[in-house]
Design a protein around this ligand. Structure first.
Ligand SMILES: Nc1ncnc2c1ncn2[C@@H]1O[C@H](COP(=O)(O)OP(=O)(O)O)[C@@H](O)[C@H]1O
Ligand SMILES: [Mg+2]
Length: 255
């Protein structure tokens, strides 16, 4: 099982959107996927059409010391090949992780039953900023997919993730794909900002083709559909990112 975090220290850049589209896209390609929603706003669950009234146990109930649940009680089936592990009580989870002596292995422990599951991918939708939860995620995952909104402040903040990784003594090469998001081809501003990203990543094969800003992506999320169910044009853009992801994982596995 490949463990992938969708992370960026900024909010509103497309982490939940990209988590959901990549998860459903991989599922459509025939992989078995678990999406773990670790953001307090539950956006990735909502984007898949799951509001809080549709589940009663979440990741929180896995880590709840007084009465821990089994992982299969907390997972729900969201689509063919795609399961969802929703979140709740995010502040309590964060506090619990603050008390933990070994943040580096805490997710491995809580998610140990996944080791023997038949999931090909675990995709983790992360909240913004540095939190104990995100520290734990970064110590646990194999790869980071980082969405970057194509606007000045966001592209100039791409270095933040490398500082974060460095502070945790983790390898900067964990960032394996950077996905420019909300790209507006019509403006020179967007073109300049995309160019900035291209220069930043220069000869590294990390940057994907951009995902355009499209109202249909927002609409799809609001009605709990993925782009594969709602917007062919965006679906095709996401498939290109998926190809990159699948190739990358394949290359890693063959050394
Ligand atoms: N490419 C895009 N085009 C249009 N709207 C987008 C796009 N990507 C994300 N959005 C919208 O922008 C908002 C923020 O995206 P979201 O994925 O929730 O960001 P984050 O998880 O980083 O906070 C949501 O309303 C989402 O539907
Ligand atoms: Mg989000």
């Amino acid at each position: 099982m490949k463990k992938i975090a969708v992370l960026n220290n900024k909010g509103g850049v497309g982490k939940s959107t990209i988590s959901v589209q990549l998860s459903h896209g991989l599922a459509k390609l025939g992989f078995k996927v678990l999406l773990l929603d670790l953001d307090g706003q539950n956006d990735s669950s909502l984007f898949l059409g799951f509001s809080e009234d549709l589940y009663n146990k979440t990741f929180y109930h896995l880590v709840d010391k007084r009465n821990p649940s089994k992982i299969e009680e907390c997972i729900i089936n969201a689509r063919h090949n795609l399961d969802l592990l929703p979140s709740s009580h995010i502040e309590e989870i964060n506090a619990e992780f603050h008390r933990a002596s070994r943040i580096d292995i805490i997710l491995k422990e809580h998610l140990k039953d996944l080791e023997t599951s038949d999931y090909d991918f675990l995709i983790i939708d992360c909240g913004p900023q540095r939190t104990k939860i995100n520290d734990a995620v970064l110590c646990y995952i194999d790869n980071i997919v980082m969405p970057v909104q194509v606007e000045a402040a966001s592209v100039r903040a791409v270095g933040n993730i490398y500082e974060y990784l460095s502070d945790l003594r983790l390898d900067p090469a964990l960032v394996s794909l950077v996905v420019p998001n909300m790209y507006d081809q019509r403006t020179n501003n967007a073109k300049e900002n995309l160019e900035f990203l291209r220069e930043f990543y220069n000869d590294q094969d990390i940057l994907t083709e951009p995902i355009n800003r499209r109202v249909k992506i927002t609409e799809a999320g609001k009605i709990g559909k993925t782009v594969f169910e709602y917007d062919e044009e965006s679906a095709n853009q996401f498939f290109k990112v998926l190809e990159r992801l699948v190739t990358l994982i394949g290359d890693e596995q063959t050394g």
